[in-house]
Design a protein around this ligand. Structure first.
Ligand code: ADP
Ligand code: NA
Length: 343
């Protein structure tokens, strides 16, 4: 289902929780074995709302290191930082001249976020950031048919498709053909692809909402870099119930289903194996088991992360290689667009 080239833009949050990892990142990283895969940290997207300048580059590097620690293999895949590849912004300017303001005004995320902050506090970048996202997508997907995109980004992908069609219509035409373009199309119009997700991991404090970085309580999530003690405490204090035994799929026991699912995911056991193992357990016996399994699962990631962070030259080199690879892909697209637009 994937294109030959797949790219994943990730926010420079500097931290990743178990839900992100088990539900998405693990699956994305597995793609490196089959397809050309690029991971990029979208630092330029992180400035559309007020942000901390001291934190930005640190969070960007931490995030890159985390992806590497989670298993990105740089002999197969690339990791780069969006701002290191100038073509993102250059292509955005060209695309923005072809983007009707009305299209951007209609974006739900813009409407919601600008309503909250108020017009005088919102930078123009909050309005135009879908054009930067289109640029991210189109420079890679010029040679690719599918774009993996999260549910919440579907409207932005739709805008990217319309924009690609509009640029093809405005600047493709006969002129582009004469210049050696491909049958009038400058961009392939990418198809959205909702990537396969692993199980949904739910909050430790209610079992009903999804584990999320934006939940106010850190108690509700396990972060990949949480220490043994922190993990142990979070699981000790997480919400449970007073039913006898443990079971999956009882709608009255969402916490139980969630904790068994996490156990299943981190141990790579089958559901049946977990059912047989845990059927007669109580929370007092299951929680230490789950704690050890989570700690064991995260241990190699944490060790690798510490190694990477202890050698900044190593990380800088990987990011420089990634940027150079991405630049060579992006420049082909960028030059085509410049040429088609009459430069
Ligand atoms: P968050 O909700 O923590 O802000 P994001 O919205 O940034 O997470 O999601 C990043 C990726 O991780 C998406 O692909 C999303 O589907 C996945 N993801 C986030 N939370 C979970 C979860 N609790 N369980 C499974 N997958 C998740
Ligand atoms: Na979110």
């Amino acid at each position: 289902f994937y294109g030959e080239k797949n790219s994943f833009g990730v926010q420079p949050t500097g931290s990743i929780h178990l839900g992100n990892y088990l539900g998405a990142i693990k699956n994305w990283i597995d793609l490196q074995n089959t397809y050309e895969t690029l991971f990029f940290i979208v630092d330029l997207h992180a400035i559309t709302l007020p942000y901390d300048t001291q934190q930005l580059s640190k969070a960007t590097k931490d995030t890159a290191a985390l992806y590497l620690a989670c298993g990105v293999d740089t002999s197969k895949a690339s990791v780069f930082v969006q701002s290191h590849v100038r073509a993102h912004v250059e292509l955005m300017w060209l695309l923005s001249s072809a983007t009707p303001i009305g299209w951007l005004n209609r974006m739900i995320q813009f409407k919601e976020k600008s309503r909250k902050a108020g017009d005088e506090n919102v930078g123009v970048a909050l309005l135009t950031y879908p054009v930067l996202m289109a640029s991210d997508i189109l420079f890679i997907s010029m040679q690719s048919d599918f774009v993996p995109v999260g549910e919440d980004q579907k409207q932005h992908l739709e805008l990217t498709r319309e924009l690609a069609e509009r640029v093809n219509y405005l600047y493709g035409g006969r002129k582009w053909k004469k210049l050696g373009g491909r049958g009038g199309a400058i961009f392939k119009v990418p198809e959205p692809l909702i990537p396969p997700t692993g199980a949904r991991v739910m909050s430790l404090t209610d079992g009903l909402s999804k584990m999320s970085k934006s939940a106010p309580s850190d108690q509700s999530r396990i972060n990949l870099l949480d220490s043994k003690d922190v993990i142990s405490n979070k699981i000790k204090r997480c919400k449970t119930d007073s039913f006898p035994g443990l079971e999956f799929d009882n709608p009255e026991r969402p916490e139980c289903n969630n904790l068994l699912s996490i156990y299943q995911l981190v141990t790579s056991k089958t559901k049946q194996e977990v059912v047989e193992e845990c059927l007669d357990m109580n929370w007092g016996t299951f929680k230490p088991l789950l704690t050890d399994a989570v700690i064991d699962h995260l241990h190699p990631i944490q060790v690798r992360y510490a190694e990477i962070m202890s050698d900044t030259t190593y990380l800088d080199n990987i990011l420089a290689e990634g940027a150079s690879k991405a630049t060579s892909i992006a420049d082909v697209t960028l030059n085509n667009v410049y040429q088609a637009m009459g430069f």
